[in-house]
Write a protein that binds this ligand. Structure first.
Ligand code: ADP
Ligand code: MG
Ligand code: MG
Length: 884
């Protein structure tokens, strides 16, 4: 198969080959919609080009043949001196990368054909305007001349004529601009602007290929997790002209509101404009409703095409269109990006409209989107000073220091500050700053502007088009009409849900969705959309969801959020605070009596901890992990204590206690504490410690049971590598259980199981399963032990290099390394169940709340995942999506 395909030959399912834009242009062509004809150079050609550093054999000939066919169809030849065919050369990868790559319009114009175009159109101004646009776009994107040189020259031409609008430049003025632009190209690019139309086209195609690898495109792909090796397609398409006078224009539209999800079309239109003018904010656009006033016929046709596209794609679409002298042309469509709240609303609306089924609706939203809906919101009852209101472009409540350029945003964010990036409007070079910022605020542009589109894609809060702001990036400040000035570093708060901008730091309150999860009755259509989708996901999922909770409050919240038990209750924090002293006694105890006394003092406190947790989780399993971290974490720091003792000795003070403590701190000091005396090793090394914890758990449970509740403790032993370790500890626990049973005279249902967090344990899971009632994969430690690096040491040290080299595409601490660590999870589960077919297997650790990892855990047959209480709804949703 060749490298080039006509629009008429493709369809929407060919995005891999044709890119999203090409595939959808093909689809629209075949739907019979008015699409200017053209052809697509495939992503395969781009991959070959990038790999070999040049056009693959045969590409030039194919392009020639398809161009000839296009010329035939149009009855014009590219760049013909009397009646030129003009084309656009448009990038378009499989996944949309808004504004990241290049597009060049009006290719085929030169000193001669501009005259031909003028004659044919009887419009000299239009011809010159098109030529200057070609020079400008070609100069910037193909010849890499800094775009500012052109925009400054254009501004100068406008001010020379005392105007701010490009529309006031007449043919003569534009012809002058053309000459100036040619001079800029000559000077800055060191070559003449190419007069040969085919050379223009070939260079533009190359530039599109090359644009796949610009820094900003790479950064965007990493951010959006788009694979590096896809490449982009190139679309060559006959031009239609929105800059052909006031009965022409260019617009963008959505079939529903991409910010709220509300039904009804949404968009912007700009008269006598071409291409990106409408999103670049050069003049003020009109809404689609006002477009109906300007050109009722085109508007009507657009509305019916939009309705048709939405039915056809069964999803919200976004659209780019142009009107040339009253005739509507479709230039792009795709399933539109949307905010999380729009995603939930649109999904259920479409179910109600009969376009999709509930299963599909659940698949159309994601756990990450749900997580965003759970973010806090600004407190409406707080004292707030409203500075301005703009468009609610991307929801959320963001507070931070105002900064006015991307470098500052990145710098300040790196030193840990929250910043809001404030710009007149953003362009692709601002991407770094937008990534670094908590929120983005612009004074120009609508919901389809660059800032809005990119922010929505990243889930960043954004308010755009706050026209009351006078942004002065040079002075690093913005002024508001009534004389208020906000300077770099001043705190501001922006609400991307309402479009409001406030001075200072506005306090935040719980999101409506969270209040709903908390059990409050909330009358809100977004909340009911979420509730319907959650109910369907819960009905579908196989995987159970538990929470990691160490306190009664967390346990109660987890239960309200739908948690089906506790998968990890850590006990170490129960040894901090006032109890630290008791732990010190335990560690420094010289003999059994002293040690037992320390343990006896801890027992009732520890029992109380568990009592409340069992109450909160009555009837649901509670997995309690016995103490895990190295002991020295409970003692003072070695250096601090040494200094303290030395100073006290100098002053001749009594230091006996500290000196004894110091010897123990020295004794327990470890080079690699993560690989030292911790987990089950502690339980074996310090007699009585695990027994005390087991006794506290079982006594608390017995007391609850005596009151008629149903506590279901699962005692979990950390860091087991050998079945012998587990045997020793388990025997001791069972002895304690018998004693408790005798003394309390109640039977408690309980289990003793183990974490699988060492590679050895995963390999020997069949042996370990003989002694374990359950397994819980501790994927944090398992990741560290499998890779042989510690999270705290490596993330900042070298991970970014690893991303650059493609060794990771995401941190293995954030999303499970499925092949390596996941392989151990799968093997451990299989081996365990060979011995005990009904072995209960779960996972605790941050991966339990990560969508991709959840799908993996479901696929290898785990019984449950456990995650932080706040992630529980996210995990429920993803567990549902995993089976649908
Ligand atoms: P992007 O991917 O950045 O949106 P596009 O390739 O869609 O870039 O081009 C941007 C805009 O240029 C389009 O929305 C459209 O307005 C204009 N454009 C592209 N091709 C043509 C064409 N053949 N005729 C008229 N306008 C075009
Ligand atoms: Mg663009
Ligand atoms: Mg486009």
């Amino acid at each position: 198969m060749g490298y080039v395909q006509d629009f008429a030959a493709g369809d929407k399912d060919q995005r891999d080959l044709l890119g999203g834009k090409g595939a959808n242009l093909a689809e629209m062509t075949n739907l019979g919609l008015p699409v200017p004809p053209g052809f697509t150079i495939t992503t395969e050609a781009c991959r070959a080009y990038l790999q070999h550093g040049g056009e693959p054999d045969g590409l030039a000939e194919e392009v020639t043949a398809h161009l000839a066919a296009l010329e035939e169809t149009m009855g014009r030849r590219l760049g013909d001196a009397d009646d030129p065919l003009l084309v656009s050369v448009r990038s378009g990868a499989k996944f949309s990368m808004p504004g990241m790559m290049e597009t060049v319009l009006n290719i085929g114009l030169n000193d001669e054909s501009v005259q031909g175009l003028a004659k044919q159109s009887s419009d000299e101004r239009f011809a010159q305007d098109s030529y200057r646009r070609l020079l400008q776009m070609f100069g910037a994107t193909v010849l890499h001349v800094d775009a500012e040189h052109f925009s400054e020259a254009l501004d100068a031409a406008k001010s020379a004529r005392g105007t701010e609008s490009d529309l006031d430049l007449d043919a003569a003025a534009l012809a002058e601009v053309v000459e100036t632009f040619k001079g800029i190209v000559r000077e800055r690019a060191g070559r003449e602007f190419p007069q040969d139309p085919r050379e223009q086209m070939d260079l533009a195609i190359r530039a599109v290929f090359d644009s796949w690898n610009t820094d900003r495109a790479r950064l965007y792909r990493r951010q959006e997790r788009i694979p590096e090796d896809l490449g982009t397609a190139v679309n060559v398409q006959a031009m239609v002209f929105g800059n052909f006078g006031m009965d022409s224009g260019s617009g963008v539209a959505f079939t529903r509101d991409p910010a709220s999800g509300a039904q009804g079309e949404y968009g912007d239109y700009l008269q006598n404009a071409q291409g990106e003018d409408v999103v670049a904010g050069i003049r003020n656009t009109v809404s689609l409703a006002d477009f109906a006033e300007v050109d009722a016929h085109s508007h009507g046709e657009l509305m019916s095409i939009m309705a048709r596209l939405e039915r056809h794609y069964r999803d919200m679409c976004d659209i780019e269109f142009t009107v040339e002298r009253g005739k509507l042309w479709m230039l792009q469509t795709r399933v539109g990006k949307r905010t999380p709240e729009a995603a939930f609303r649109i999904a259920v609306h479409m179910v109600d409209e009969g376009l999709i089924q509930m299963d599909e609706a659940v698949l159309r939203v994601t756990g990450d989107q749900l997580a965003q809906l759970m973010f806090p919101r600004f407190d409406e009852d707080a004292d707030r000073t409203l500075l301005a209101t703009g468009m609610n472009a991307s929801p959320g409540a963001a507070v931070g220091k105002a900064v006015f350029d991307s470098d500052t945003a990145v710098e300040w964010a790196e030193r840990g500050e929250d910043v809001i990036l404030v710009r007149k409007e953003t362009n692709p070079d601002d991407l770094r700053g937008m990534v670094a910022a908590r929120g983005i605020l612009t004074s120009r542009g609508g919901k389809t502007s660059h800032a809005a589109v990119v922010a929505r894609g990243m889930g960043r809060t954004c308010v755009c088009g706050a026209e009351a702001l006078d942004v002065d990036a040079k002075a690093r400040e913005f002024r508001v009409r009534d004389g208020v000035t906000v300077s770099e570093g001043d705190l501001i708060s922006i609400d991307g849900t309402t479009g409001e901008v406030f001075a200072g730091q506005v306090p935040v309150s719980d999101a409506l969705v969270v209040r709903h999860f908390e059990g409050e009755r909330v009358d809100d259509d977004l909340v009911s959309a979420v509730a319907r989708i959650m109910a369907h996901a819960d009905g579908a999922r196989r995987l159970r969801v538990r929470a990691n909770a160490d306190t009664p409050d967390d346990a109660a919240r987890a239960r309200r959020f739908g948690g089906q038990g506790i998968g990890l209750c850590r006990t170490e924090h129960m040894f901090l605070g006032e109890r630290r002293e008791l732990v010190e006694h335990l560690i420094v105890a010289e003999d059994d009596t002293a040690r037992q006394a320390a343990l006896d003092a801890l027992l009732p406190l520890q029992r109380q901890d568990f009592t409340e947790i069992f109450e909160a989780m009555d009837g649901l399993p509670v997995t309690i992990r016995l103490i895990d971290p190295p002991l020295h974490e409970f003692l003072p720091d070695l250096t601090d204590l040494s200094v303290k003792v030395a100073l006290a000795e100098q002053r001749g003070e009594e230091v006996e206690h500290d000196r004894v403590l110091l010897t123990h701190v020295r004794r327990l000091h470890e080079q690699n504490p993560m690989l030292g005396l911790r987990g089950v090793r502690l339980g074996i090394q310090i007699p009585g410690l695990f027994e005390m914890q087991a006794r506290a758990i079982l006594e608390a449970a017995a007391d609850r049971a005596a009151e008629g509740m149903r506590p279901l403790p699962e005692i979990m032993i950390p860091l087991v590598a050998s079945v012998r370790e587990l045997e020793i500890v388990k025997t001791a626990i069972l002895r304690v259980a018998e004693e408790v049973q005798e003394s309390r005279d109640v039977t408690v249902e309980f289990k003793v199981g183990t974490m699988i967090e060492l590679p050895r344990a995963a390999f020997l899971a069949d042996r370990i399963a003989k002694e374990a009632d359950f397994f819980s994969f501790g994927t944090n430690d398992l990741t560290q032990m499998a890779w042989g690096f510690s999270r705290d040491d490596v993330e900042a040290a070298f991970f970014s290099r690893y991303f650059d080299h493609g060794i990771f595409d995401v941190s293995p601490f954030e999303s499970l390394d499925q092949r390596g660590v996941g392989g151990m999870v799968e093997m451990g589960t299989e081996k365990g169940r060979e011995v005990k077919p009904d072995l209960k297997v779960g996972v605790c650790g941050e991966h339990g709340g990560d969508p991709r990892s959840i799908h993996f855990f479901d696929s290898v047959g785990l019984d449950y995942v456990s995650c932080s209480p706040f992630r529980v709804p996210v995990a429920r949703l993803e567990a549902g999506r995993s089976v649908l």
